[in-house]
Design a protein around this ligand. Structure first.
Ligand SMILES: [Zn+2]
Length: 310
């Protein structure tokens, strides 16, 4: 049964037009002064509800007992292979047919970076709708604009790409203006020191050093810090929306909400060994390394996977 705390939190979120908003940081709802341009996104709330899920005793195979959607047919992560995408109906869609654009990822914002027991999560606080980083999608069948809310990491990747698993995956969570439609951009990372075919990565993206330095301060559950980042500093330098898989899936953590639009870049970025170390030193509620915070692959169940060509 849902607790009253959760009901109240949802109510407050719906009342975001009031002089304050009640975002959730970790499992707590807090009151913040509402800035003039803050968008009234309802935030997912878990106030008053203890989260009984993890990657161990209460691991992914048990999540469906409490969160029934986790047993659904449209779950994430999935295996993303070029040859499977090419067998999907409509895989030949070009950018002319489905227009996806990334806007304003060079805008910096300060947010709260925290260890929530499941990951390290940066909640952005963009205050100007004009410069808010966003993805716009228009196609013959669907269109939408999704605003960046937060980013977090899984160390072991959740998605497998072309039959490979990676040591790190970053998820950039976006919501539309109603707060109900979710889009996540996923990037996987290989060690910069590793050769991958003919590619050789020598340096990580400029912002990864700053992120890793911050993660060093988030070793224990509940650790938080203020952090300023222009998202493009941890994204590929070429922000054209091509070279991405696109499919419909879910959140990869409870409540496993379905109907999430996923854009996952096929080509990995790179992370340096010393940056990975910062993630490996993060601990969970058991005070043990959080490494392995990745949900296993879920069945594709006949879903179409598109590959957006350049
Ligand atoms: Zn994630």
């Amino acid at each position: 049964m849902r607790s009253w705390g959760r009901h109240l939190c949802l109510l407050f979120a719906l009342l975001a037009v009031a002089p304050a908003v009640f975002p959730c940081i970790g499992s707590k709802c807090v009151v913040l002064a509402r800035s003039k341009f803050r968008l009234p996104f309802p935030e997912p709330c878990s106030a008053g509800k203890k989260e009984h899920w993890d990657y161990h005793e209460n691991g992914p195979s048990t999540w469906g007992e409490t969160y029934s959607t986790c047993n659904g047919n449209l779950q994430s992560p999935v295996m993303l292979n070029i040859e499977d995408a090419s067998r999907s109906p409509g895989w030949l869609l070009q950018l002319g047919d489905i227009d996806i654009k990334f806007h304003n990822y060079d805008s910096a914002a300060t947010g709260v970076f925290s260890n929530n027991g499941h990951s390290v999560n940066l909640d952005f606080n963009f205050t100007n709708i004009i410069t808010h980083p966003r993805v716009s999608i228009s196609s013959p069948t669907a269109s939408g604009v999704y605003y960046l809310q937060s980013l977090h990491f899984h160390w072991q990747s959740e998605h497998w790409i072309d039959h490979e698993n990676y040591p790190l995956e970053m998820h950039m969570v976006h919501k539309d203006s109603t707060g109900e439609q979710i889009l996540v951009i996923g990037y996987v990372f290989v060690p910069c020191e590793r050769r991958l075919g003919r590619l050789f990565f020598s340096r990580s993206m400029a912002g990864m050093d700053e992120v890793a330095e911050a993660v060093e301060h988030l070793a224990d559950v509940g650790d938080t810090m203020s952090f300023t980042l222009a998202p493009q500093r941890v994204m590929p330098s070429n922000l054209r929306a091509c070279g991405y898989f696109a499919y419909t899936g879910s959140l990869t953590t409870p409540p496993c909400t379905e109907g999430v639009t996923w854009l996952v870049r096929e080509a990995p970025m790179c992370v340096e060994e010393r940056q990975l170390e910062a993630f490996y030193n993060v601990r969970d509620a058991r005070n043990l390394p959080m490494a392995g915070n990745a949900r296993p692959l879920q069945p594709i169940n006949g879903r179409t996977v598109l590959f957006l060509t350049c």
